[in-house]
Design a protein around this ligand. Structure first.
Ligand code: UD1
Length: 428
């Protein structure tokens, strides 16, 4: 298993290109199940979650061929309607195959995701939506079994604007009889991107990106080409990395409008942020000011940026209150940051972070994808060496993060377990 070793205190400078959004690519790939000819995707990130989705789609009967960041996919026949536990437990987003399977092939068997480092993360809202559309849903032996010879349009009001729930229902509704209305829908840019792709394929969707999405069912979809949107969380992570090192970083190939909640907080904390058409440049003082952060569904501050922002607050001047309002236990990175000398007190969904003058490098353990990113950001500012174990979490969602950070001058290297971790010099 690989580790990442960082020697901190190196101000980051230069520019870095953002890859395609993992969270947009996953449902877009899953939508191949809806059938309707060959689709070509570009800007698909080469990350482990995308490979897992490719493997799952292959098991279901799709052909998915990748060449770098380009993917050509098609699904003409169903081989199996089952997403097995072994795959779903490694990637909870596998659940987005449920809606398309049900709509196109009338049945789906998807393992329940099970325990997850960031809370129980149920899928009850997805299932209640499918039932409203006429599906029979049972949970047996750890598997969700859903059946519907033909889904019917329905009015579905979500209790919470679930992202993958909105995507799952939207995809299913594309081939349902009649019109489906999703109220309190999630508004994330990844949903807008999925809808844009489905519309190119002949789906009739209005309102994606607002809290009311209307889908008129059609008989069949066709093939189409699509360029996946840039990853706003990856972009935000590089901005946080630049900010914590007092650096000067240009994040290229991103959509600044998708980053507004993050850039607003970075400005409030004292960084200078200049937005270009497809880039954001950040210049940071040696030490930022503390700011309070509350995570919220889009367009609020993304929960997927909370760990990185917390790392930043660990060395900012003053006290910051970070409130996690999307997931129930997403402070799993706190004990690791404390090992690096961070002063953090957690009380339920609040974390009070007292900015310290310094963090000290330490051996730490990554526990989930974004927690790993938070530890990387912290390691970049820490004195001495930070040795991060279990970086496979990071590889689920970041394309070549160590290489990209090295390009900005970070002293970061990937080592195999068992080898000593002496970080290489900038660009070495
Ligand atoms: C997606 C993202 C993930 C991000 C999250 C929140 C993908 C592949 N993943 O995850 O990176 O952190 O959005 O922005 O896009 N909930 C229920 N019942 C449900 C569904 C959700 O109670 O049926 C709750 C969850 O427990 C959580 C909240 O709703 O507290 C938000 O979850 P949701 O938006 O569904 O997150 P994901 O779609 O899993």
């Amino acid at each position: 298993m690989d580790r990442i070793v960082i020697t901190g205190k190196q101000p980051l400078r230069g520019s870095v290109k953002v890859s395609g959004a993992k969270n947009a690519a996953l449902p877009i790939l899953a939508s191949v199940i809806l059938g309707g000819g060959e689709c070509t995707l570009t800007n698909v990130p080469r990350v482990v979650d995308v490979f897992t989705m490719g493997k799952l789609l292959g098991m279901l009967g799709a052909t998915v061929q990748a060449d770098g960041n380009r993917v050509v996919m098609k699904m003409d026949a169903l081989r199996s309607p089952e997403a097995p536990y072994d795959l779903v437990r490694t990637m909870r987003a596998s659940v987005v195959v449920l809606g398309p399977l049900l709509a196109r092939w009338g049945e789906a068997t998807v393992s329940l995701p099970g325990g997850c480092a960031i809370g129980s993360r149920p899928v009850n809202l997805h299932l209640a939506g499918f039932e409203k559309m006429g599906a029979t849903v049972t949970v047996e032996h750890g598997y969700i079994k859903a059946k519907a010879p033909r889904l019917k349009g329905a009015r579905i009001c979500l209790d919470f604007p679930t992202v993958t729930g909105t995507e799952n229902l939207m995809m299913a509704a594309c081939l349902a009889d009649g019109t489906t209305v999703i109220e309190n829908a999630a508004k994330e840019p990844e949903i807008v991107d999925l809808a844009a792709f489905l519309v190119k394929r002949g789906a009739r969707i209005a309102g994606a990106g607002s809290d009311l999405v209307t889908i008129e069912g059609v008989k069949a979809l066709r093939g189409a080409d699509h360029d996946v949107i840039p990853d706003r969380i990856e972009a935000g992570t590089y901005l946080a990395a630049g900010a914590i090192t007092g650096g000067d970083v240009s994040v290229e190939d991103c959509r600044p409008q998708h980053l507004e909640a993050v850039t607003a907080k970075l400005r409030e904390a004292g960084a200078e942020v200049v937005e270009g058409k497809e880039s954001v440049r950040l210049r940071a003082p040696a030490r930022l000011k503390s700011v309070d952060v509350r995570t919220y569904p889009y367009p609020g501050f993304a929960t997927d940026m909370q760990a990185q922002m917390m790392a930043l607050m660990c060395v900012a001047q003053g006290t910051s209150v970070i409130t996690e309002a999307v997931f129930e236990s997403r402070f799993i990175h706190v004990p690791e940051l404390q090992r690096m000398g961070a002063e953090i007190k957690v009380d339920g969904s609040h974390a009070v972070v007292t900015g310290a003058a310094r963090l000290a490098g330490a051996p730490v353990m990554a526990s989930d994808l974004r927690a790993s990113a938070g530890l990387i950001v912290a390691g970049l500012a820490a004195e001495g060496e930070t040795d991060i174990a279990r970086v496979y979490h990071l590889d689920r969602g970041y394309e070549r993060i160590d290489e990209k950070l090295r390009g900005l001058g970070a002293r970061i290297m990937r080592v195999k377990d068992g080898s000593s971790g002496v970080a290489s010099g900038a660009g070495a």
